[in-house]
Design a protein around this ligand. Structure first.
Ligand code: AMP
Length: 253
């Protein structure tokens, strides 16, 4: 079984996000960048499949500038076999990313594609769903467990999904698309020997044009702004004062 994982380079989750002074986006210059946390979970799941013998090959794909090679190297150090970089300097929308991933799927014929449920930069939560629709494959989003039914003629994945009211279990015919939720697993840290080994693994580089995908934007971002800060609260001396303020100032009682 061949597994493809999509890994995005994003601002590290520990960094306090700052909006650019021209309000066109989030400041990414001179900021620590890392693999999107949900994608680390996707890689970990693929590596576990590789280790328990259910997958024969794990490919990590990233779309972005040449710096995304670093993110692919991290996936390779965690245990992916090879990487694909779709190189572009344009900021891609989820639809363009899904189209590129669909074009790669057409070349590579994976049995399973694992993505994060969302990238923590744009919080779009769209790419996996769009990819499944473009490919006409089933999708198991927000996965907290994936089990593969092996055995002759049993090309199925059972995915437990985190939904509002609890957990939903779906059975999907392979090939399918799965997106990861936080509780699926705890990603490993790459060991130093594996980081060294990852340097020798292959990363194929291509462009969206090579894949025949038009990545021109469909939406225009008008403005990005920080949420307004909370106003300071007031400390009241006793319940009577609280009731009085709720009545005369807040006018809620
Ligand atoms: P989004 O729909 O933007 O929230 O992203 C959902 C998931 O799609 C991410 O967790 C990644 O697995 C994948 N993805 C989004 N953008 C990229 C990218 N530029 N390169 C690789 N994977 C991506």
């Amino acid at each position: 079984m061949k597994v493809l994982v999509a890994v995005k380079r994003v601002v590290d989750f520990n960094v306090k996000i700052r909006v650019k002074s021209d309000a066109t986006g989030v400041e990414a210059a001179n900021v620590k960048m890392s693999m999107n946390p949900f994608d680390e979970i996707a890689v970990e799941e693929g590596v576990r499949m590789r280790e328990n013998g259910s997958a024969d090959e794990l490919i990590a794909v990233s779309l972005g500038t040449v710096a995304s090679q670093e993110t692919i190297r991290t996936a390779l150090a965690m245990g992916a076999d090879r990487g694909i970089l779709v190189e572009t300097d344009l900021g891609l929308e989820p639809l363009a990313i899904a189209k590129c991933l669909a074009a790669i799927a057409a070349k590579e014929n994976p049995d399973l594609i694992i993505l994060g449920k969302q990238a923590i930069d744009g919080d779009n939560n769209q790419t996996g769903q769009m990819l499944a629709a473009l490919l006409g494959w089933g999708q198991g989003t927000f996965a907290s467990n994936i089990s593969l039914a092996d055995g002759p003629g049993e090309n199925k994945a059972e995915v437990v999904r985190e939904v509002d009211g609890g957990l939903e279990t779906v059975s999907l015919k392979l090939p399918c698309v799965v997106t990861t939720d936080l509780r699926l697993n705890e990603p490993r840290y790459a060991s130093l020997p594996n980081i060294m080994k990852a340097k020798k693994k292959t990363i194929d580089v291509m462009t969206p044009e090579d894949l025949g995908v038009d990545v021109s934007p469909r939406t225009e971002i008008l403005k990005i702004e920080e949420p307004s800060g909370r106003e300071a609260g007031t400390i009241v001396a006793d319940a009577a004062e609280l009731v009085e303020k709720l009545h005369s100032e807040a006018k809620v009682i």
